[in-house]
Design a binder for this molecule. Structure first.
Ligand code: FMN
Length: 327
């Protein structure tokens, strides 16, 4: 009898343990799912983290992540801001937080692998001329030593003011801050690109292997852009929409055609390889299917190109070649 009781006690305690463990696992799974939902990862070395209460900063953050091929993370308040909280000059929650430089509203979730990012962009609305205090919480939650940081913001009318500089003291001194930008509500992607280009991040992203598409008839191949100002300018051009170039054979080693505009040259003594996308004289674009040596600008290279597959891709006649940014 006693041993039966002992056995059922043991079964009961095993069952209890099992239930507790599955509950714990479920909580853990939910919390990492929450974290994952807030982070849209492309495995980039650049992170765009943003807080947005009414959605205006979201679109700027999305443009920046798209241009830079960056991961995107939404900073979400543990205690969500209600309409009443956001009503300013009412003595409500936001007014109180902004009045108190020590306020640190909690964040729900976290960036699991902050160490993978060397550059972090931080987006926020302007609240009473400053970043919301939840941005201070974010900056104090991770080790930003040695990282490149930059803020961007949206506001109804206020400028950047001291909003960016007031955050500098919250991270280690060896973090490198780039110049912040305030955007008006509804700013366009081109404005975001211009800013990223000015602070050197757009070219930096290109340098790290930005891809474009090259289409002839119904065949599309991907190409990786080079790390030079010309490749950044070419990418900038494609941001306005796809560019189609009618090409013809030249010298039995390339197809060439007019770009329709001039972009900055970064000429070097180059020995071409099949698949090279070259800028010639600043206003013509060529695709190589064989070898040549000249002072040329290497815009990029079609992935997995060989002399044979480039000849086949470009065909015998005068192809219309379309360059575009992948959707
Ligand atoms: C509490 C609070 C304070 C604000 N203070 C300012 C301000 O000082 N200057 C300004 O131009 N806009 C101010 N705004 C407007 C927001 O900056 C603007 O609507 C912003 O684009 C909102 O971004 P979001 O939609 O990403 O939250 C304030 C908004 C709130 C809710």
């Amino acid at each position: 009898m006693n041993s039966e009781k002992g056995w059922s006690k043991r079964v009961l305690s095993v069952l209890c343990c099992f239930m507790i463990m599955s509950l714990l696992c479920e909580c853990e799974a939910n919390s990492s799912a929450d974290t994952a939902e807030r982070l849209s990862s492309k495995g980039s070395h650049i992170l765009v983290a943003y807080f947005s209460a009414t959605g205006h900063t979201t679109s700027i953050a999305e443009y920046a992540a798209e241009i830079l091929g960056a991961d995107l993370y939404e900073i979400i308040a543990e205690d969500p801001y209600t309409e009443a909280d956001l009503a300013y000059y009412t003595g409500g929650r936001c007014d109180k937080e902004q009045d108190d430089p020590g306020a640190r509203p909690g964040i729900s979730g976290f960036v699991e692998h902050m160490e993978q990012y060397d550059t972090v962009l931080i987006g926020h609305p302007i609240w009473h001329g400053q970043a919301p205090r939840i941005i201070s919480t974010f900056l104090e939650s991770y080790d930003f030593s040695g990282k490149t940081l930059v803020t961007f913001c949206t506001s109804a009318s206020s400028g950047l003011g001291s909003s960016a500089k007031n955050l500098y003291g919250l991270v280690p001194e060896n973090a490198k801050w780039l110049e912040s930008r305030r955007f008006p509500i509804g700013a366009a992607e081109e404005q975001v690109y211009e800013w990223l280009d000015e602070i050197g991040l757009a070219a930096e992203a290109v340098k790290k292997g930005m891809t474009i598409q090259v289409t002839v008839n119904d065949q599309t191949r991907t190409a990786t852009l080079s790390g030079n100002a010309s490749a950044a300018a070419f990418f900038d051009l494609l941001l306005n929409g796809p560019v189609t170039v009618e090409m013809h054979d030249y010298g039995s080693f390339e197809k060439v055609g007019p770009l329709g505009t001039s972009i900055v040259r970064s000429d070097e003594d180059i020995t071409t390889t099949p698949g090279d996308i070259i800028l010639y004289l600043g206003n013509q674009v060529t695709i190589y299917y064989d070898v040549n040596r000249w002072d040329l600008t290497l815009l990029g290279h079609i992935d997995d190109a060989t002399s044979e597959n480039m000849r086949e891709f470009l065909g015998n006649g005068n192809p219309f070649v379309t360059f575009s940014i992948p959707k």
